[in-house]
Design a protein around this ligand. Structure first.
Ligand SMILES: Cc1cc2nc3c(=O)[nH]c(=O)nc-3n(C[C@H](O)[C@H](O)[C@H](O)COP(=O)(O)OP(=O)(O)OC[C@H]3O[C@@H](n4cnc5c(N)ncnc54)[C@H](O)[C@@H]3O)c2cc1C
Length: 409
């Protein structure tokens, strides 16, 4: 039997590789990068993603590397508490929420795939240049540009990320990702535990500046400090093309948060002590009318890049992988399996893309900023009720597929 060709060894491609391997379906993963490097900074794995990674036997490894996040806390830009709620197991889920360095997560997925499927099934330096509806993929060697022999599979899965070559081939007129109007600076700082050391904190709003903070490694030194991930998000027309590794400059984002000296964190000091800062525009793409053409389909960011406002892009890629592996295991006819996969996942992920534009969990902050004119409040109860706040976060859980009751099924 021809194997499944997976283009891209990112989180989605590796999750698919592991799930196919578990189902006894042979696959190979072709990655353009000549070597695997730890890119990016922090990422959150919500309970729906952890359910799938746990079923692959990865919960203990990831929990050991990352931080079991216990609560979400929302503040305005004056450091006043707006809302908090429990997360992961602390909220009664059967799976944790894990905040982790994306490099740790990626390295664990690579190691697991190589161990289970064999190193020869992960090909590095193979840049896909296109694919055919007959399941053939074309490649060149990334370092030299030399043409490599085309490969034939039962299907070809484009898991090649936001700048997907396969998506470009299928939709040549689509153009670049769409800028949201918000630019992001991300980094990590070694710092003592903030608010108990297991909180995902969101503070302020884009029109001035929004800050997201969560720890991603515990006890990194003798003083018990954590590696703490942060993101500063500011509405601005100025941005550069999306790239995982663009360096960010403190001077470009420190101004709006210079006065944020809260009793729980001195924000400018915390940001000045950062080990690294990266810059990305917040971008997405419009949902596609179709993912699958003959024996070719899309998965993860190649299929549905979304704003990172719900900690959900990698999670949705992992859910895609589960659905595709299940469909391929259930049908001997790959083209029919792709149709069922697309039916299960295309509209579901389109809803997440659209909700991340309008009302992801941080919409709480936008609503409070709007009602208060982005000024301090006397009491949050005079601004918004707890039921209204919970309605926003609960609606997002339903759309993204991590409603507690549903996940138990
Ligand atoms: C700032 C930010 C914060 C985020 N935070 C979270 C979060 O907390 N939780 C969450 O779930 N998600 C988060 N995401 C989203 C998440 O990172 C992505 O959704 C996820 O990485 C998508 O995985 P993927 O495998 O589809 O794509 P990628 O991880 O982008 O992987 C694509 C792979 O394909 C390779 N490739 C590209 N082109 C080719 C080619 N032509 N041939 C061969 N290989 C190729 C690339 O080198 C790469 O290895 C965040 C995103 C951003 C930008």
């Amino acid at each position: 039997m021809a194997d499944v060709l997976i283009i891209g060894a990112g989180i989605g491609g590796l999750a698919l590789g592991l799930m196919l391997e578990r189902a006894g379906i042979p696959c190979r993963i072709f990655e353009a990068a000549p070597e695997i490097k730890p890119l990016g900074v922090g990422i959150n794995l919500l309970p729906h993603a952890m359910k799938e990674l746990g079923a692959l036997g990865l919960e203990e490894t990831l929990a050991g590397q990352g931080v079991l996040t216990q609560k979400a806390v929302f503040f305005n830009r004056f450091g006043q508490l707006i809302h908090q709620e429990a997360l992961g197991r602390a909220a009664g889920y059967g799976w944790p929420q894990i905040s982790i360095h994306r490099g740790d997560l990626h390295a664990s997925l690579v190691a697991e795939f190589v161990q289970r499927a064999g190193g020869e099934r992960l090909l590095l330096g193979w840049q896909c240049t296109g694919a055919g509806e007959d399941g053939t993929a074309r490649f060149r060697r990334t370092e030299t540009g030399e043409t490599l022999p085309p490969q034939r599979g039962s299907i070809v899965v484009g898991a090649d990320g936001i700048h997907s070559a396969l998506r470009k081939q299928l939709y040549p007129e689509e153009g670049e990702p769409i800028y949201s109007g918000v630019n992001m600076w991300r980094g990590v700082t070694r710092w003592p535990p903030i608010l108990g050391g297991a909180a995902m904190i969101r503070c302020g709003w884009f029109t001035h500046a929004k800050l997201v903070i969560y720890p991603i490694r515990n006890a990194i030194d003798g003083a018990g400090r954590q590696l703490v991930n942060w993101v500063v998000e500011i509405a601005t027309p100025r941005y550069e093309r999306w790239n995982w590794a663009r360096a960010g400059r403190l001077a470009d984002f420190i101004g709006p948060v210079e006065s944020w000296h809260f009793d729980w964190l001195d924000v400018p000091e915390f940001l000045r002590r950062a080990d690294v800062a990266l810059e990305y525009p917040m971008v997405d793409k419009d949902p596609l009318p179709r993912w699958s053409f003959g024996r070719m389909t899309l998965l993860g960011d190649a299929a549905h890049p979304m704003y990172p406002r719900g900690s959900n892009g990698a999670g949705q890629a992992i859910l895609d992988a589960r659905a595709l592996a299940d469909c391929l295991a259930a049908s001997a006819e790959p083209v029919a399996a792709l149709a069922v996969y697309e039916e299960r996942r295309r509209e579901a992920t389109a809803r997440v893309v659209r909700t991340n534009r309008s009302t992801p969990p941080d919409a709480i902050l936008g609503e409070v900023a709007k009602r208060t004119g982005d000024q301090p409040f006397r009491s949050i109860d005079e601004v918004i009720s707890r039921d209204e706040l919970l309605a926003i976060t609960d609606a997002y859980k339903r759309v993204a597929g991590y409603e507690k009751e549903k996940l138990r099924q």
